[in-house]
Structures are given as structure tokens and as C-alpha cells.
Design a binder for this molecule. Structure first.
Ligand SMILES: Cc1cc2nc3c(=O)[nH]c(=O)nc-3n(C[C@H](O)[C@H](O)[C@H](O)COP(=O)(O)OP(=O)(O)OC[C@H]3O[C@@H](n4cnc5c(N)ncnc54)[C@H](O)[C@@H]3O)c2cc1C
Length: 546
């Protein structure tokens, strides 16, 4: 063990580890990267986190940088759960529900709690968090907050940010703050604090006041965006102020989240699910545009394309045997309505049915949960594709979650297909959140081969250019991490990106919190950390679902 590890172990209740096995394990998340940490800390309480960050801060004051990376379950696909310094691992000890008010549905949890476990507990009280990732059974709520996750129901319910009331955050110097929306009067009190917290409030308030136009320009015209920082939801027009939106989606680059207070909503499992077979991009876009106009929105509008269905058929020809015959349609669209308001719900279901009939689109309509499950299995078949290995080729998370304004989805799909043609791939597997203009793609490549590496970078360059050209965001769901950092300045332009960098400097003047994530990673940097042996490691216990 190093001197540092000995010192920390002496002062923490939790454990410190430096074994090569543990370091190798935490060198990977679910991205294509590999960065072994120097040591691993398993905090047993918030005080352990405070002491750890304080220690790293004091080292930095003496010009020695020991980076801190917070880590949940490591399902991050962008390399944001990796770091060369100290990794703080949450799930081992900090995984409890601290308080649950079954009347109001408010719940306070430690950051390392498994999302699926929280959801199950809430459901026993007839409630749930409607923004959840498909990885919920094997990821943490802390990771979900840090990535600002979205899921299939985010079409209607938005990202997890909509359900977070407040946070407890350990700042870079070890100070703990609590965030929630505060009044103008309360803000004035914060501005007068002599602590680091006071300095943060003063600096952020000044930055926002002095750059109102840039802040407003940083809001992109998309329904979900996790690129960079959320600058627009901190200060309300009424003078209220909340640092929570800044921490949400910041991937551990501004502070370490120890506790989260969430609001849940009533859960009603009853729903109507349509599976529509759509034969062309124009029809797909027309259906999506019409659904967006529904007063009572569907809760979920998801797509899988023929490329994905054909890929799954070639891996496992019987996977859809009971529910879907070949030849497959160009697009399968899954539209689900949940019944929060009975009258509106029935009206919307009827309207959707009429829409498909009028457009001569074949569809199935299911209300029985068992039959719905069979259809959902098709939507979740992307897991079969993701976990398939063809020789040494695997599905690579490199251009996975671009989002465009919903009315530009057809342009995104056709543009993406053209980009793949340039590298001689004629059929592309596409799935995801069509209603939000947010699709997933993971090309099959062998990154240990120079030719495929070159293809990967060409795809990234062309794809992110396309997204920007269509007025979208390069991170609709899985956030930036190291993977998309080289493209962030292009997305926002130098002025807005510099403003985001200023915000980072306020919270983290020594650059110890997850450095290399969102800032200071070039394309050459990411070339140096690619793991040629990328795999989905521990996820196979759950991967039939994705
Ligand atoms: C097959 C698959 C499916 C997925 N599906 C979805 C999906 O539907 N929607 C979606 O949005 N994402 C999805 N993801 C991405 C990922 O699973 C989610 O973002 C997940 O919520 C991350 O949680 P985690 O516990 O694994 O976090 P980690 O991977 O451990 O960390 C993620 C980020 O959060 C930071 N972090 C973790 N804990 C803290 C903390 N306490 N304080 C500060 N920062 C912290 C880390 O530093 C890192 O930057 C998917 C990934 C895979 C592999």
C-alpha cells in the first residue's frame, strides 16, 4: 500500500484498497476506455467522503494532484466513472433509504442505492420515479443523478432532474452543502457566508448575472440535453436560486453527491401499448409530429428499425417467433399511453388508433400486461445486439445517444445511414426514444485493429457534425464523459463553453473532481485510453434487458 493509502485508512471508518485486482476492476466502466485508479475508497459515512476530498484538496494546495472520481455501479458508457487517482465507490455501504414519506411520496436516499431497489420499494407504496434508465436494475441513483438519466417514459415525464428536490453535496474542499430552490432572501444569506459555500454562491450568481445572454443561448432546442452544464435552470425569473440543476448531469465534476431527495408520483400499471409497423421515414416523422400535438401525451414513443431486427434475427432467429414475422417492417414504433386521467386517456388512445388507420399503418394494440411484455421484448432486443460478439467485432458505445429537435428525426436517421455508407456499412441497427428525437446506435467494430479504430473516429466526427448541423445535442442521454468532451466546444461555441469552464473553476479550482470529464480531453487523449478488450463485463446478469 502507498503512504497515501495508509494515511487515508488510518483516518477513515470505511476501507481503502490498492490491490491490483481491485484496480483492474475499477479501470473499466461500460465505456471503451481503461484507466486504472491509484486507490479505491469505500466510504461508510459522509464524514469519510469529507475527509477524503479534504485530503485531496490539501495535497493540491501543495501542488500534488490526486483526482477524485465518484462511482456508482460503473455502467457509464462515456468513461466518466474512471479516474487515475482515487475512486470513491458508493454502493458497498452508502445504499440506504434514509426517509420515505408514503403520503407525499418524498424519499431521501444515500447516493449508492440501487435504482431498481428504490423503485421496488416505492411501488409497494403505489408510487414510482417515472424517469428511470433501462439499466436501473444494475445502477445507482447517484449515477442517475450525476448523468441526469432519461428513459422510455421521459417522453412524457422528462429526465430525473424533474424529480429531484434537493441534494447533499460534499464540495472539493470537504465542506458539505445542502441544495434546493431557495428564495431571494435566503440567497442573500448564502451570499454573505464566509465559507467556501458562500464563495460558490457569490461567484455563480455573478457569472449568471454578467452573462445572461450566453446563459440563455446555452439552452438547446431539444427535449433532453446532458451536454456540458445546465446553466439555465439555476436562477429563476422571480430571483429564486438553486444549485441542484448544476450538479445534476455534472458527472461528479463539481462535487460528490452524498444524499438525494426525490419526489415520486403515483404508479398505475394500467396502460395501452401500440406496436405500429411503419414502412418509410416520411410516415415515421408524420406519426411522431402528430403524436407531439396530443394534449394527453403518450408516456413513451420508442422505435426499433429493420437493421436492428435483422441483426437480432441473424443472431437468434427464434427470438421474435411468437410475435413478429419476417420480412420485418422498416420501423416498429411502440407508443404507450398510461392512464393518469381516465377520460383524456381513452380519448388519446382512440386518436392514436385513428391516426394509424388513416395512414394505413398496420398496428397491434395491447392492454393485457402479459401480451404487452411480449411486444416490449422486441423493443428490448437491442440487448441481444449489444451483447453479441462477431469474431472480434463488438457493438461499440461511441456514437450512442445524439438527440435532435423531434421534427428532425427523419433527417438524423437518413444522415446517419449516409455516414455509415461512407465506411461501407449498408444496414445500421437503430433503436431508442424516437418521440424525443433521441436514438441509439452502436456500430460493430474491432477496436484492436487500426482500420476499425480509424473508422470509429471518422464515424464520431461525421456523426457529431450531423447532430450539430441539425440543431441537436451530442449528449441526449448518456452524458459527455471523456468520450464526447472533445466535441463540446464545437457544440456550444467557444464563449458558452468558456463560461461552463468558469463554473467548473469556481467549484473545483485545483481540478481534482473527475478531471478530463467535460473539459481538457482531446481526441488524441481518448485514443490513448481506448481498451482494445472492451466488453460488457459484469452486465450479463441483466443484459437481456436494455
Ligand atoms: C446497457 C445499458 C443501458 C443503459 N440505459 C440507459 C438509459 O436507459 N438511460 C440513461 O440515461 N442511461 C443509460 N445507461 C447509462 C448508465 O447506465 C446510467 O447513466 C446510470 O444511471 C449510471 O449509474 P451508475 O450507478 O452505473 O453510475 P456510474 O457509471 O458509476 O457513474 C456515472 C457518473 O456518475 C458519477 N457519479 C456516480 N455517483 C456519484 C456521486 N455519488 N456523486 C457524484 N457523482 C457521481 C460518476 O463519476 C460518473 O461520472 C445505460 C448503460 C448501459 C450499459
Amino acid at each position: 500500500m502507498s503512504k497515501i493509502a495508509h494515511y487515508l485508512q488510518e483516518h477513515l471508518v470505511g476501507e481503502v484498497m490498492t490491490s491490483s485486482d481491485a484496480r483492474n476492476y475499477f479501470a473499466k466502466d461500460s465505456s471503451i476506455f481503461n484507466i486504472p485508479p491509484a486507490l479505491i475508497v469505500y466510504p461508510r459515512n459522509e464524514n469519510d467522503i469529507r475527509k477524503t476530498t479534504r485530503f485531496s484538496w490539501q495535497l493540491a494546495e501543495r501542488n500534488r494532484i490526486l483526482p477524485i472520481t465518484s462511482r456508482g455501479s460503473g455502467t457509464d458508457t462515456t468513461g466518466a466513472a474512471l479516474g487515475s487517482g482515487l475512486v470513491i465507490v458508493f454502493p458497498a455501504h452508502l445504499h440506504h433509504i434514509l426517509e420515505l414519506d408514503s403520503k407525499s411520496g418524498e424519499v431521501n436516499v444515500e447516493a449508492g442505492i440501487n435504482f431498481g431497489k428504490l423503485q421496488q420499494t416505492l411501488q409497494t407504496h403505489g408510487r414510482y420515479i417515472p424517469a428511470y434508465p433501462s439499466s436501473l436494475e444494475y445502477s445507482t441513483v447517484g449515477g442517475a443523478v450525476a448523468n441526469n438519466i432519461c428513459g422510455d417514459r421521459s417522453y412524457k415525464y422528462g429526465p430525473i432532474a424533474n424529480y429531484i428536490k434537493g441534494l447533499r453535496v460534499v464540495l472539493a474542499n470537504g465542506e458539505v452543502i445542502e441544495t434546493e430552490r431557495i428564495s431571494k432572501k435566503e440567497l442573500n444569506k448564502k451570499l454573505g457566508l464566509a465559507s467556501f459555500e458562500g464563495e460558490v454562491y457569490r461567484s455563480i450568481d455573478t457569472i449568471l448575472e454578467e452573462n445572461k445572454e450566453l446563459v440563455s443561448k446555452s439552452r438547446l432546442n431539444v427535449t433532453r440535453n446532458n451536454a456540458g452544464y445546465n446553466l439555465t435552470d439555476i436562477k429563476g425569473d422571480d430571483g429564486t436560486f438553486d444549485l441542484t440543476p448544476l450538479f445534476i448531469g455534472s458527472q461528479g465534476t463539481l462535487g460528490v453527491v452524498s444524499e438525494i431527495t426525490l419526489e415520486s408520483v403515483p404508479y398505475n400499471p394500467e396502460s395501452t401499448l401500440f406496436m405500429a409497423k411503419i414502412e418509410g421515414l416520411e410516415d415515421l416523422q408524420n406519426v411522431l409530429d402528430t403524436l407531439r400535438d396530443f394534449k394527453n401525451m403518450p408516456c413513451s414513443v420508442e422505435v426499433v428499425n429493420k437493421g436492428l431486427l435483422n441483426a437480432v434475427y441473424s443472431i437468434n432467429p427464434n427470438q421474435f417467433k411468437d410475435v413478429l414475422k419476417t420480412p420485418y417492417p422498416e420501423y416498429l414504433l411502440f407508443v404507450e399511453f398510461d392512464s393518469s386521467n381516465d377520460h383524456q386517456y381513452k380519448k388519446s388512445v382512440k386518436r392514436a388508433q385513428k391516426l394509424f388507420e388513416k395512414m394505413n399503418i398496420a398496428f397491434e394494440k395491447e392492454t393485457d400486461p402479459d401480451f404487452q411484455q411480449k411486444l416490449i421484448k422486441i423493443r428490448e432486443a437491442s440487448a441481444t445486439y449489444l451483447s453479441h460478439v462477431d469474431g472480434f467485432k463488438k457493438s461499440m458505445p461511441i456514437i450512442q445517444d445524439g438527440v435532435v429537435p423531434p421534427n428532425r428525426l427523419a433527417d438524423l436517421i437518413s444522415g446517419t445511414i449516409d455516414i455509415f455508407k461512407k465506411i461501407n456499412v449498408n444496414e445500421v441497427a437503430i433503436w431508442g426514444h424516437a418521440g424525443d428525437g433521441n436514438i441509439h446506435i452502436q456500430p460493430q467494430l474491432n477496436l484492436s485493429q487500426v482500420g476499425d479504430r480509424q473508422k470509429a473516429f471518422r464515424l464520431m466526427e461525421d456523426y457529431y457534425d450531423l447532430i450539430i448541423q441539425l440543431g441537436g445535442s451530442i449528449s441526449g442521454e448518456h452524458n459527455d464523459g471523456r468520450l464526447k468532451t472533445p466535441y463540446l466546444e464545437k457544440l456550444y461555441g467557444p464563449e458558452i463553453y468558456a463560461l461552463m469552464q468558469k463554473i467548473k473553476q469556481v467549484f473545483d479550482p485545483y481540478n481534482i473532481l473527475n478531471p478530463g470529464v467535460k473539459f481538457n480531453t482531446s481526441i488524441d487523449d481518448i485514443k490513448n485510453i481506448i481498451a482494445p478488450d472492451f466488453d460488457l463485463g459484469g452486465l450479463y446478469t441483466y443484459l437481456p434487458r436494455s
